[in-house]
Structures are given as structure tokens and as C-alpha cells.
Design a protein around this ligand. Structure first.
Ligand SMILES: Cc1cc2nc3c(=O)[nH]c(=O)nc-3n(C[C@H](O)[C@H](O)[C@H](O)COP(=O)(O)O)c2cc1C
Length: 359
């Protein structure tokens, strides 16, 4: 049976379907619980959360489901880059017309631009979720050992075969192989994201051939045909982002969720404009405007902080022009609007597609 894989066994799932985590505040405990209660693995992207918020989120998920779930963090091994007065003035100048348009005061530089990763890790270990997943690198030996000691199953994320091998070597329990079609950031960490653009169809079987840990396929999987293809390529589970982001339970602003079902969602691009890191999102005015500064953008998390205050106001004002409308190349396949309907459809279609092939 396709529902029986090393991943479903290890994580006690009914189906080898993982709802991909969404960072930047668009995860919701409702979606995580709905997917986990339906027999998949719900994931919460906690990269933007303070340690106290991570504790609250895990408590909230536990109140909504007794099934396994994952908490996801962005690995940060280096100190935050500094922001010189000259860069602040220059980048602030690019943003000034947008702040005016949205009726915002230009923000003052904060003490830190992103959350304290070490403190997030402490909160995660303390909260002991059944699964911890990571992007943008390899968690340290100490962190992985602490996870093992607490019975936390660990998942790393690779955009190349070499990254998958490095994650296995470090002792991660499973690896997501994420193709260039996927929505969200390209979480590359050995080479630049621009040099790590392999499609799902090519990446998954090569990773499956080179590592022994279970492989989870991600990137443009949105229906049963995609699940069957991923399993045929050697994956033991799929991780689906965009199709779950479109569900009513997701934390995406309604203007973003609605856009996923529109023809514009077929026009996605990879850009560093929003966060300073390469992300796949639906083309919009902010992305187009920023191309003229492409060679000069400050790195993550500085660019992310500049655009973050714009995004907050844009959500309140329902303006899609300034949102990071993250979406994968499979957006055109979206139909279902709730997590239960999507899970039901994936299970039904996967069984039907396998039957059709064997006939
Ligand atoms: C809005 C959005 C935010 C995302 N944030 C994260 C994140 O914080 N951590 C992570 O591991 N993956 C993140 N992803 C990637 C998804 O978890 C998933 O791997 C990816 O969306 C799968 O490709 P698909 O969108 O084609 O289904 C994000 C994806 C989207 C669409």
C-alpha cells in the first residue's frame, strides 16, 4: 500500500503527506491541526516567532490535535550582518515612496533584524514537538543530539544532492528534496540559491539514489498525480506547500490566498526583492520595481525588515502590490479550499492514479 512508507511508520501517520511549513507569519495552528487530524503531518513555520510565541504555538497545537506535528526553524549560524548609516539611508530612500503611499512613518532600525535563533532552539527543545524541521543549513551537533535525547524526529531540507548528503552525514532523520518549482524560499546552504536550481523530477531520484535516510519530495505537488510521481521517483512522502496555503485554515492574508486561485498565480518568479533571499512568488509591482536595485539589495534579514513593515500595512489595506505572494509553479492545479477536502482528494486521486497505471 502506498500509505505505508518508512516515514508514515516513523511518524505514525495515516498518509505520507506533509503540509509544508510557512514562515513569516503565515502558518496557523488551525491548518497544522486540520492536516494532522486528517492523517498527514501539519507543520508550523516558526522562523519569525519569539521563543515565548513558539511555546504558545506548541501548546495551542497540542490543544487542537493529539496527532504528530512539526515545528520548523531557519538555521542561523552566522551573526546578523551590520547595517551602516549609508546603507540605511540608501535603502530607506528606495522604500520612502512606498511608505508614503501606504501612510506609514519610515521605521527606525531595530536592535536585531531577526529572532535570536539560539533562543528559538531552546524554546523548541523545551516544547518537545514530535518533529522539528529545518531549512537554510544544518543544525549543530548539540542541537541534533538534544533532539534525539528528547525523541524529536528531525528533518533537513536540501536543494542539491550534496546538501542531502551533508544532512544525512550530520545525522538528520529525513530529508526534504525541494525542486525549483516549490513556493517559498530556496533554502540552499552549500552553494548560492541561484546555482542550486534543480527541478523536482531531476532532484528527487538523484537524492534517493545517494542517501539512505527517507526522502520527502517537494515542489509543484498538488494532486494525486504528483504524489504518485514523487513515490515513483523514490520519495517516501511528499511535502505540499502552495495547495495547503490556499486552504481557508491557512494563515495567509485573504488577498494572497485568493490570488493563488487566479490566472496571475501561474506567473511566479524567483526574486530576492522581498527578503534578500531567493523566493518564488507571484509577480507584482514591488517585485518588478525592485529589479532595478537587484545588484545592490542588502542581505537577509535586513531587506526582509525593510519590506516587512510595508507588508504589514499592505495586509491591513488589502494591497497585493506590496505582499510577498509566495507560490509554487503548481498553483494552477489548485482547486480545494479546505485542508480536509485537500487531504481527501490527495488520498482518493493517489489510489485512483495507481490503479489506473496498474491496469
Ligand atoms: C508562503 C510560504 C512560506 C514558506 N515558508 C517556509 C519555511 O519557513 N520553512 C520551510 O521549511 N519551508 C517553507 N516553505 C516551503 C514549503 O514548506 C514547501 O516545502 C513548498 O511550498 C513545497 O512546494 P509547493 O509550494 O510547490 O507545494 C514555504 C512555502 C510557502 C508557499
Amino acid at each position: 500500500m502506498w500509505t505505508n512508507t518508512p516515514i508514515t511508520k516513523a511518524l505514525d501517520l495515516l498518509y505520507p503527506v506533509i503540509q509544508g511549513p510557512f514562515g513569516g507569519g503565515v502558518s496557523s495552528t488551525q491548518l497544522v491541526a486540520a492536516v494532522s487530524n486528517a492523517g498527514g503531518l501539519g507543520s508550523f513555520g516558526a522562523n519569525a516567532l519569539s521563543p515565548a510565541q513558539i511555546t504558545e504555538v506548541v501548546t495551542d497545537i497540542r490543544a487542537k490535535t493529539s496527532r504528530p506535528f512539526a515545528i520548523n526553524l531557519w538555521v542561523m549560524t552566522e551573526a546578523e550582518p551590520g547595517l551602516s548609516a549609508a546603507t540605511f539611508e540608501k535603502v530607506g530612500g528606495w522604500f520612502a515612496p512606498y511608505y508614503r503611499e501606504l501612510g506609514l512613518e519610515a521605521p527606525k532600525p531595530p536592535a536585531r533584524f531577526a529572532q535570536d535563533y539560539a533562543a528559538q532552539i531552546e524554546a523548541l527543545l523545551e516544547a518537545k514537538p514530535p518533529v522539528a524541521s529545518f531549512v537554510f543549513g544544518i543544525p549543530s551537533k548539540d542541537v541534533l543530539q538534544a533532539c534525539r535525547k528528547r525523541g524529536i524526529f528531525t528533518i533537513g531540507t536540501a536543494t542539491t544532492v550534496e546538501e542531502a548528503e551533508a544532512l544525512e552525514e550530520a545525522g538528520l532523520d529525513a530529508v526534504v528534496a525541494t525542486g525549483l518549482e516549490a513556493g517559498g524560499h530556496r533554502p540552499s546552504f552549500l552553494r548560492s540559491a541561484e546555482d542550486s536550481l534543480t527541478g523536482t523530477l531531476a532532484l528527487v531520484p538523484q537524492v534517493a539514489d545517494r542517501v539512505k535516510i527517507p526522502v520527502i519530495a517537494a515542489g509543484a505537488i498538488a494532486d494525486g498525480r504528483g504524489v504518485v510521481a514523487a513515490l515513483a521517483l523514490g520519495a517516501q512522502a511528499v511535502q505540499i506547500g502552495t495547495a495547503f496555503l490556499g486552504c481557508a485554515e491557512s494563515g495567509a492574508p485573504s488577498v494572497h490566498r485568493e490570488m493563488l486561485f487566479q490566472p496571475e498565480a501561474r506567473d511566479t518568479q524567483l526574486t530576492r526583492a522581498f527578503s534578500g533571499r531567493l523566493v518564488r512568488a507571484i509577480r507584482n509591482r514591488f517585485m518588478d520595481d525592485m529589479t532595478k536595485h537587484a545588484a545592490d539589495l542588502p542581505p537577509y534579514p535586513i531587506q526582509n525588515w525593510f519590506s516587512g513593515s510595508l507588508r504589514k500595512a499592505a495586509i491591513e489595506q488589502g494591497k497585493a502590490d506590496f505582499l510577498s505572494l509566495q507560490a509554487g509553479q503548481g498553483a494552477g492545479l489548485l482547486k480545494e479550499r479546505t485542508a480536509q477536502a485537500l487531504m481527501d482528494k490527495l488520498v482518493r486521486e493517489t489510489s485512483a492514479a495507481l490503479n489506473a497505471i496498474s491496469r
